[in-house]
Design a protein around this ligand. Structure first.
Ligand code: 6PG
Length: 503
């Protein structure tokens, strides 16, 4: 659509697939949008191919033209590769005449520390704002989940756009409203976006979303692996199982696409299933690793999140594994078929492990909000993940309800609903973990989630002995069960009398 000389409502820089789709989503909602791309021909082609959007797409060949095309204060969404490219774009915008009241929204998968740093660094020259965007290419096009964080005044300017383009939840069913199509966005419903807090809060929440996404994907992959080895089923038969699972508590985008992936035939040889032709070496771009790293930094036991990252690392050393497979002895999964009731046990194991993964993610955010002085609303976070994002699932409604019941909930596992779910599923969960161990089938996420559950519910752990060891070799001191917390003691171990000293 032509510009008609009107100033654009919003600008977007970076027309790779996410940027293009987000721009089209914004234009579909009637906003006029100025677009700029480093390679001008990409921008020209994009604008030429999309001349019929309800809101005008205004192609700009230079940043000067781009800034001149925008209403003041300018709201500029940046969708470039996370890292130094974001700073480069900001510097170029400043050089082109960006003003202190203008808002730059970094919508990439940026590290939250960078967002905190950038907000401070650019404070006098512009308003830097961070927003997580989840949902992949289709989400960006027809309704992502948006996780904004930064200065509340900047949010005021971005809010109408973010609320318009986000995925929408039907308040009656709690489910995403489907049906968006080019030029026909979904209207009505509850938008999957909410202001989450200052500076890096939005990008942090997006990162934890990705950490949870890693565990969800790993758990589903382990369920597939166990089903395959214990039941000797073909991928399309497994797809039917996942389709059935998608009708119950596990109803989620990731289960749905798993069934699709499993049904897919190899385009180069339709006699084969594609999944059998895909190399078992997982890639990763870093957000899962950041989540696990942040858990380590903050001292939060998010072991399943870390395990999901390590599982990808283990998969990536394919050549080493192939050599080791010939040398290291252990149980060989036999050809024996387990009774089909194992399917339900694996479903329960997956569900209980998933609850633990979310418990860890929310525990991590709970600690982070203290360290970073945010006030995160966990019920809201779960509710904006109900639609649009990769981990969208029916289950998230239950998390929102848990935090509505008890906003200060210490751990999801303590909520009555989730406590009950794990009580029902845990015998099956243990049985599945035992079967995996007995058959030498790696199931690190199932196993680490169960270890998390058992450790979290253990009033006494073996750390007493560990503290004794630390005190022995390093005089690191220990606390006593019969003394107040915070009083430390030390035994003079090499001394034959070994007196105890309060330190
Ligand atoms: C999303 C996705 C998206 C992307 C991640 C994961 O929420 O839309 O999480 O951000 O797929 O970067 O990528 P890796 O699996 O490569 O780490």
């Amino acid at each position: 659509m032509a510009n008609n000389g009107q100033a654009a409502d919003v600008g977007l820089i970076g027309l790779a697939v996410m940027g293009r789709n987000l721009a089209l989503n914004i234009a579909d909602h009637g906003f006029s949008i100025a677009v700029f791309n480093r390679t001008t021909s990409v921008m020209q082609q994009f604008v030429a191919e999309n001349s019929q959007t309800p809101g005008a797409l205004i192609g700009c060949e230079s940043l000067g033209v781009f800034l001149a095309a925008l209403k003041s204060p300018r709201v500029i969404i940046v969708l470039v590769k996370a890292g130094p490219a974001v700073d480069d774009v900001v510097e170029q915008l400043l050089a082109a005449g960006l003003q202190p009241e203008d808002v730059v929204v970094d919508a990439g998968n940026s590290n939250w520390n960078d967002t905190i740093r950038r907000e401070k660094q650019y404070a006098q020259r512009l308003k830097f704002f961070g927003s997580g965007v989840s949902g992949g290419e289709l989400g960006a096009r027809f309704g992502p989940s948006l996780m904004p964080g930064g200065d509340p005044d900047s949010w005021r300017h971005l809010k109408p756009i973010w609320e318009a383009i986000a995925a929408k939840i039907d308040p009656a069913t709690g489910k995403p409203i489907p049906g968006a199509a080019p030029g026909h966005p979904v209207t009505g419903g509850v938008a999957c976006t909410a202001y989450l807090g200052p500076n890096g809060a939005g990008h942090y929440v997006k990162m934890v979303h990705n950490g949870i996404e890693y565990v969800d994907m790993q758990l589903i992959s382990e369920a597939y692996y166990l089903l395959r080895h214990l039941l000797q089923l073909a991928p399309d038969e497994l797809a039917d199982i996942f389709t059935r699972w998608n009708e119950g508590e596990l109803d989620s985008y990731l289960i749905e696409i798993t069934a699709d992936v499993l049904r897919q035939r190899d385009p180069t040889n339709p006699k084969k299933f594609l999944v059998d032709c895909i190399l078992d070496a997982a890639g990763q771009k870093g957000t899962g690793q950041w989540t696990a790293g942040s858990a380590l930094d903050l001292g939060v036991p998010a072991n399943s999140i870390a395990e999901a990252v390590f599982a990808r690392c283990m998969s990536a050393v394919k050549e080493e594994r192939v050599v080791a497979a010939k040398k290291l002895r252990g149980p060989v999964p036999g050809k024996r078929k387990y009774p089909r009731k194992i399917i339900e046990a694996i479903r329960q194991a997956l569900y209980c492990s998933k609850i633990c993964a979310y418990a860890q993610g929310f525990q991590l955010m709970r600690q982070a909000q203290q360290d970073y002085h945010w006030k995160l609303d966990f019920g809201t976070i779960a509710s904006i993940w109900r639609g649009g994002c990769i981990i969208r699932a029916r289950f998230l409604q239950k998390i929102t309800e848990a935090y509505q019941r008890q906003p200060e909930l210490v751990n999801l596992l303590l909520d009555p609903y989730f406590r009950r779910q794990v009580r029902v599923g845990q015998d099956s969960w243990r049985q599945v973990v035992m079967l995996a161990a007995r058959h030498g089938l790696p199931a690190p996420a199932f196993m680490s989630a169960l270890a998390y559950y058992d450790a979290y519910r253990a009033a006494v752990l073996p750390a007493n002995l560990l503290q004794g060891q630390r005190d022995y070799f390093g005089a690191h001191t220990y606390e006593r069960v019969d003394a107040p917390r915070g009083k430390f003691f030390h035994v003079n171990w090499p001394d034959p009398q070994r007196p105890q000293i309060e330190v």
